[in-house]
Ligand binder design. Structure first.
Ligand code: PAF
Length: 274
């Protein structure tokens, strides 16, 4: 795997190399990311990953400085997963001067769910991803479904700005008991870790109820939140939405059920397409 810290070095290495599949990350890689890297190989002969902790998507009181940086470990994992090129710029390479041009996604897509308490977060994600797309110029880019709202925003950005890039979603990688893999799972105590798969279970119960013809979305959402509360969780939302824009269900639209809830200190996220 070649490691590039500058745009010029990456561009020189990719010139004439053929189609690229790209997986952007902020590092601290787990099996979910590595599965995306392996999947990328099925889409193009050249696989490029990036590691860049993007200041633009962190709020002033968020953990930008404390975000785990595990570069050596990450490189070993990427190498083992067969990634050809890693783009790992530092901040002065990506933002040599403060970024003054931004992608501003539709507020209806960003001020809800994960964006409700994180003003500017999805604009920061969209801005860096557009910039990374321009640097890497991939034909295909892969994003995990675990961050469903991020995937939705980026799909809409690519479509509305007519970017010649195919977005490929990666299925959420789960532990055997159903818990979605996340770096935050490391913060769970042993007892919380045992309780944690309940979030996935309540989403699966909703999916089963909908498949059986139940259409009382509000009751299903409320019952799921009550069940979590009864087991010590503090749910932020359990909600059934349209996949395409995460707005409330509309006739004829494919749906997804999304959940976010705190269990002790860690806040866990999950979703299931219906
Ligand atoms: O999902 C992430 O790790 C980040 O939001 C992304 C897409 C790499 C942009 O910084």
């Amino acid at each position: 795997m070649q490691i590039h810290h500058t745009i010029a070095s990456l561009r020189a290495a990719l010139a004439g190399q053929g189609p690229v599949a790209f997986v952007p990350t902020m590092g601290n890689l787990h099996e979910g990311h590595i599965t995306l890297m392996r999947q990328a190989r099925e889409h193009a002969p050249v696989v490029v990953a990036s590691i860049f902790v993007n200041r633009l998507q962190f709020g002033p009181s968020e953990d930008f400085d404390k975000y785990p940086r595990t570069f050596a470990d990450d490189c070993a994992k990427l190498e083992a997963a067969g990634v050809n090129h890693l783009f790992a710029p530092d901040e002065t390479e990506m933002y040599p001067s403060p970024q003054r041009y931004h992608v501003i996604p539709d507020a209806a897509h960003t001020d809800i769910l994960e964006g409700a308490a994180r003003p500017g977060h999805f604009g920061g994600v969209a801005t860096v991803v557009l910039k990374l797309f321009n640097i890497v110029q991939p034909q295909v880019a892969l994003f995990g479904k675990k961050d469903y709202q991020q995937l939705m925003v980026l799909r809409n950005m690519v479509q509305e700005l007519a970017l010649p890039i195919r977005i490929v979603p990666g299925d959420t990688v789960r532990a055997a008991d159903g818990l979605a893999l996340s770096s935050r799972n490391g913060y769970l105590s042993p007892a919380e870790r045992e309780e944690a798969p309940r979030l996935n279970r309540v989403l699966r119960q909703i999916k089963a109820a909908l498949a059986a013809g139940d259409q009382d979305y509000t009751r299903l959402e409320t019952e799921a939140q009550d069940e979590l509360r009864a087991h010590g969780w503090q749910p932020d939302y359990i909600t059934i939405r349209c996949r395409s824009d995460l707005q409330p269900p509309r006739a004829g639209e494919s749906l997804v059920v999304l959940g976010a809830a705190r269990l002790g200190t860690p806040r866990l996220l999950d979703n299931l397409e219906i």
